[in-house]
Design a protein around this ligand. Structure first.
Ligand code: 0RQ
Length: 498
């Protein structure tokens, strides 16, 4: 352990998970490391859940993004979370949110640390719980497979609990680049002009005094297998690659493209995997999650560098990453999410933003978060950070969901996360709608014609034409009494079909 805890005073601070959990009091704001099921604390949350089961109290949980079952599910199952932010994918948590048992604040991921720093999120960070692979002589914390908001939470917390995970290789040290920007009006310029630039230090600055206890754990990240690439995802990838090739030909994109950002899920993975078999080379990635497909691209010699805030591999991907860490380490960096998702940097680098929608409407608004207007799915995640600030912003979706009972292209979205002003290109398995520079009515015809499923196309066109007539050709014509009728029909009959 002396290789991992390099200060003798700190070696005396090793405590059990139960002792660490006892430092947490009812009503506290707990800020943890973790982003997707990577680099989150596990042993302390499990002990905290057990305490909550017996003593019945709640805390507020702030993370980087979604986290594994030992944190989200364990605490949600015992009713231990009063308020959760900023992104989740756990079924138990989702159920608690949608049944009114848990409050949920869905934030742009780049906003969380600045808002916590500014005191906007309902108090301070009382306790930070951070997974580490080592603690330096000075007390600085070396993170593991993600950074997320860990640096900001450590900076802001009164008390820090370090979960030293010996299952995480020590060789991860050096992969991180940590900066914690200040508060306006004196924020430093972030001098990041290439995806591989390092602008910080390879650890989370922390003082020895702030560390209240160190818990040694060996629980691995709860990484999940990849969803199979289905026919729709394959078709969307094909459309995207053709579209990008045409952009290069038209002189609107360099031959090696621009830094790629891609979301999570089956489509995102298919897109990245699809690039492995394409002609593109010397690619770069500036994103939040580094997935298996990016390791494939490195292995194929097509990716020169990837910057993210978390590794999000499959179980096989994680083993492959650990086994070849030295080789991958030169080509990867993990940053705080306020830097990986920073609007200024995304704009400067000119990223290609690629995210998945639940539904979008004929005028180009996107719903990424809510099913039928009311029920949260996961959250906006980083999609808004990148969509608003990308050089080219693409949204993907199958044209229909639930075996065709739902059209993912609707007259009006039942909830809006990204507006018509944020999107350049929509891609479904049907085709591509490039809406750059188009007026709302031009956009509507392109989206209906190129992206909607043939089964729903005539009805969408009929809606548009009747709306144009009823409003005398208004700028964005709607029949307000009918605009959400497709969703109402689904809720009443189980299908949007007429
Ligand atoms: O339902 O789970 O019951 O099968 O939605 O849909 O097709 O499996 O797609 O896993 O890629 O997730 C938008 C949720 C897509 C995700 C979303 C139903 C469908 C299925 C899931 P089932 P798929 P994916 C980086 C960027 C927001 C955050 C983001 C997401 C389920 O991509 O969370 O982009 N995005 N972050 O049947 C009702 C519709 C539907 C529908 C699909 N129109 N109405 N249900 N479904 N379309 C990541 C981070 O920031 C960390």
């Amino acid at each position: 352990l002396s290789a991992r805890i390099r200060n003798t005073t700190l070696q005396e601070k090793i405590i059990s998970a139960e002792e660490a959990a006892s430092l947490i009091k009812a009503g506290m704001n707990i800020g943890t490391s973790g982003f997707t099921p990577s680099g989150y604390p596990k042993a302390v949350p499990l002990a905290l859940a057990e305490r909550i089961r017996q003593e019945k109290f709640t805390v507020n949980l702030w993370t980087g993004a979604s986290v594994g079952k030992e944190l989200d599910a364990a605490l949600a199952e015992v009713g231990g979370i009063a308020k959760r932010l900023p992104y989740q994918t756990n079924a138990v948590t989702r159920q608690a949110i949608n049944s009114g048992r848990m409050q949920y604040t869905d934030l742009h991921l780049s906003h969380v640390a600045p808002m916590a720093r500014a005191g906007f999120l309902g108090g301070k960070v009382d306790v930070a719980i951070v997974e580490a692979c080592a603690i330096t002589e000075a007390g600085h914390i070396v993170p593991t497979t993600s950074v997320g908001n860990a640096a900001a939470f450590v900076q802001l917390a009164d008390t820090v609990i370090v979960e030293l995970n010996v299952a995480q290789p020590l060789a991860l040290e050096g992969m991180h680049d940590i900066v914690t920007p200040g508060l306006p009006p004196v924020q430093a310029v972030l001098p990041l002009v290439n995806v591989a630039d390092r602008i910080g230090v390879p650890y989370i600055p922390c003082s020895i005094e702030k560390i209240a206890g160190i818990v040694v754990s060996d629980i691995p990240d709860d990484v999940r297998p990849l969803a199979a690439v289905d026919a729709d995802a394959k078709a969307m990838t094909g459309h995207l690659i053709k579209f990008l090739q045409a952009e290069i030909k038209a002189g609107r994109m360099p031959a090696n493209l621009l830094p790629l950002q891609s979301g999570v899920g089956s489509v995102a993975n298919a897109v990245i995997t699809g690039l492995v078999d394409s002609d593109f080379s010397n690619l770069t990635v500036y994103t939040e999650v580094i997935q298996d497909g990016m390791l494939d691209l490195i292995d194929a010699g097509k990716l020169t560098f990837a910057s993210g805030t978390a590794l999000t591999p499959s179980p096989q991907g994680l083993q492959r990453f650990y086994a070849n860490l030295d080789r991958y380490k030169d080509k990867l960096v993990l940053r705080p999410q306020e830097i990986s998702n920073h609007p200024e940097i995304a704009r400067r680098l000119g990223i290609i933003a690629m995210n998945t929608a639940i539904e979008f409407d004929i005028y180009g608004h996107v719903n990424s978060t809510h099913v039928m207007g009311s029920k949260i799915m996961n959250g906006i995640g980083g999609s808004g950070d990148f969509a608003r600030n990308g050089y080219l912003t693409c949204f993907f979706s199958s044209s229909v969901a639930k075996d065709g009972a739902i059209s993912c292209i609707v007259p009006m979205c039942s909830h809006i996360d990204h507006t018509e002003h944020d999107v350049d290109v929509f891609i479904t398995e049907q085709g591509v709608a490039d809406i750059r520079g188009l007026s709302p009515k031009e956009r509507a015809r392109k989206i209906i014609g190129n992206c909607a499923h043939p089964r729903y196309r005539p009805r969408l066109l009929d809606y548009l034409e009747r709306a144009e007539k009823a409003t005398g050709g208004a700028h964005t014509p709607h029949l307000l009494a009918e605009a959400l009728s497709w969703h109402c029909r689904f809720l009443e009959t189980g299908t949007m079909q007429f």
